[in-house]
Design a protein around this ligand. Sequence first.
Ligand SMILES: [Zn+2]
Length: 49
Amino acid sequence: MKCNYCNKKIETTFLKKIVGTYLVKGKKKKIVCPQCQKTKDMKDLKKKL
Ligand SMILES: [Zn+2]
């Protein structure tokens, strides 16, 4: 899986959980890596995704 914002690869844990977060935009789920989560504003991310 890749971050939908910066296109970096997102790792998954052994429990198959992603190291990152999901943003729901409309009916689509977008994935954001922890780095983008830290450095970008969530509202801003949602707008751009
Ligand atoms: Zn990212």
